[in-house]
Design a protein around this ligand. Structure first.
Ligand code: GAR
Length: 208
């Protein structure tokens, strides 16, 4: 059984989707054993508490540099014997030493079809604002491994979602969460925990 550590900064609806999937027995060979929040007011912390999951708060302002923050994060992950790290709306920048230690063991959810609307500055609602501004008819979500390049790691699963004429950033965000993020994130984590993801270069082969 692999120990899953989930990193959060906000509402934690993706954390909730993982918790619900685990309860339904859909995270095969994995258990969420730690939640790390970068904000003390993150509602995700309530979700952890309500489900008896240990949590830690790591505030960026308590560390002199991104490297110091990343070292503290690595220490917490190692102390808790975390095997796989899930970034579920984690909005704090971390150093490349983290993916170096957890090579192909960090999974991120991004609310667009990478390589569209990704990279520096594209997070949360900004992603959906940019998609509507560009006028795309299809957006979606991507689950990928984290490497040294922002949103540049090997892609595990993508799920397209239709954009409606009357969408606002908020309605598009919600539809992408419901129809894509909350489904593909638990699925990817379960595949990882079962040892079914093989990384070949920048591609991920799903072994059935
Ligand atoms: C989600 O839409 C997630 O895809 C996005 O932040 C939201 C967090 O919501 N992540 C990023 O933009 C990362 N670049 P949640 O806290 O309710 O899961």
């Amino acid at each position: 059984m692999l120990n899953i550590g989930v990193l959060v900064s906000g509402g934690g609806t993706n954390l909730q989707a993982l918790i619900d999937a685990e309860k339904r027995g859909e995270i095969e060979n994995g258990k969420i054993t730690l939640v790390v929040a970068s904000r003390s007011d993150a509602y995700a912390l309530e979700r952890a508490k309500n489900n008896n999951i240990k949590s830690e708060v790591l505030l960026r302002k308590n560390y002199a540099s991104t490297d110091d923050y990343s070292d503290a994060l690595l220490e917490v992950l190692e102390e808790n014997n975390i095997d796989v790290v899930v970034l579920a709306g984690f909005m704090t920048i971390i150093s490349s030493r983290v993916p170096q230690v957890y090579r192909n063991r960090i999974i991120n959810i991004h609310p667009a079809l990478i390589p569209s609307f990704c990279g520096k500055g594209y997070y949360g609602l900004h992603v959906h604002e940019a998609a509507l501004e560009r006028g795309v008819k299809v957006s979606g979500a991507t689950v990928h491994f984290v490497n040294e390049v922002c949103d540049g790691g090997p892609i595990i699963i993508q799920q397209p979602v239709a954009v409606m004429d009357d969408d606002t950033p908020e309605t598009l965000q919600k539809r992408i969460m419901v129809e894509a993020e909350w489904k593909i994130l638990p699925k990817a984590v379960s595949l990882f925990c079962q040892g079914k993801l093989e990384v070949v270069g920048n591609r991920v082969i799903v072994k059935e």
